[in-house]
Structure formats: C-alpha cells, structure tokens
Design a protein around this ligand. Structure first.
Ligand code: 5GP
Length: 194
C-alpha cells in the first residue's frame, strides 16, 4: 500500500460486527467521519433517525436515486434498499477528514468502480459457526430473516479475495485498532480500561 487511506470501505457478512467495530473506531477517533446510510427498512428498537440511518420510504429513496444523490445503493438480503448519500462523503473528503463507509458487498463493488483509490477492507468472522452464533445472539431477526441473511453471508464470504485487506473480528477493540492503523491514525492508549 502506498500510504494511509482517506476513504475506507468496510464490508463483510451480516452480524460480523461492522457497526460495532466502526463505533469503536469513532469512540477513539472522533475525527473519523462515518457515513450515515439511507434505508427503506424500519428502525430497530433504539435506532435513531439521522444517527444510525436515514429511515426513508420507497418514494423518498426513489427520488434520491433519480436525483443522482446516491454514491451507491443496493437491495440487501433481498428485502430493503440501502444506499450511501453522495454529498456528505464528498464534503468529508474535501475537508480532509478520514472517512469510512460501512456497506454491503454489492455497494462496495459499486464504490470500487467509481472510487478505486479507496481502501477496501473485508471484516471476516473468526469462523462460520461464530458468525451464526452472533446472528442468533443478536436476536433482532425472525428465523426466516436469519436464514435469508445467512444465505447472503455465504456469498459475501466468498468475495473476500476481491478486497485489499482482511481484518478478522476476533475482538472488537483489536479489530478497531487494525482499522485505525490503516487510516494512519495513532493507536489508542492501550492502558485505558473504559
Ligand atoms: P442492517 O439492516 O443489519 O442494519 O444492515 C444490513 C446490511 O446492509 C449490512 O450488511 C450493511 O452493511 C448493509 N448496508 C448498510 N448501509 C448500506 C449502504 O449504504 N449501502 C449498502 N450497499 N449496504 C448497506
């Protein structure tokens, strides 16, 4: 790699912990800007509009796409649409902020086509069994939804060689530290306990 990256695209199968790792990066490095996606799925308990996602209806999503405001978008797990609003990404990069997108494989492929200078990072589970355990443990999906997500996860795991680098998510803080290093940011104080 030529040097630290300004735009990191983090992808990986469902329930691998992308959101948790991204949050851990932000906790130590608030200067890292993380894109807030738009989605047509309903909020889960505790999710806040504009913070976790921009929750929009189908008509609003259609408009964003038609107006060219999506950097990428995809139907994920065969159900809802998710996409990255283009403007905020361009603003963050123009301001020189390290920026991160946490998106699915289809979205990562689209960004690869338009922004090949980004660094594409695959977040992998320690094992298939562990991935299943995390998905079931999360308890936010119905059995049918879980099956659909696991089917997508098998396909996504097979795409790992397309990525520039892989981080195995054994433990959140260690995975976050690896991501931080890819940005060329200083490591967090290892003596901190909070
Ligand atoms: P969840 O419904 O669990 O929040 O997210 C489901 C999947 O959608 C995850 O794999 C996540 O990476 C993906 N996702 C979230 N935001 C975006 C986005 O803006 N674009 C794409 N292509 N995928 C997204």
């Amino acid at each position: 790699m030529s040097g630290p990256s300004r735009l990191v695209v983090l992808a990986g199968p469902t329930a691998v912990g992308k959101g948790t790792v991204a949050a851990a990066v932000r906790a130590e490095h608030p200067e890292v800007w993380i894109s807030v996606s738009a989605t047509t799925r309903a909020p889960r308990p505790g999710e806040v509009d504009g913070v976790h996602y921009h929750f929009v209806d189908d008509a609003a999503f259609d408009r964003l796409v038609a107006d060219g405001q999506m950097l990428e978008w995809a139907v994920v797990h065969g159900t809802h649409r998710y996409g990255t609003p283009r403007g905020p990404v361009e603003e963050a990069l123009a301001a020189g902020r390290p920026a991160m997108l946490e998106i699915d494989l289809q979205g990562a492929r689209q960004v690869r086509a338009t922004m090949p200078e980004a660094l594409f990072v695959f977040l992998a589970p320690p094992s298939w069994d562990e991935l299943v355990r995390r998905l079931v443990g999360r308890g936010t999906e119905t059995a049918e939804e879980r099956e659909r997500r696991l089917a997508t996860a098998r396909l996504e795991l097979a795409a790992e060689p397309e990525f520039d680098t892989t981080i195995v998510n054994h433990e959140v803080r260690a995975a976050a530290a690896e991501l931080v290093a890819l940005f060329g940011l200083p490591a967090a104080d290892a003596t901190r306990r909070d």
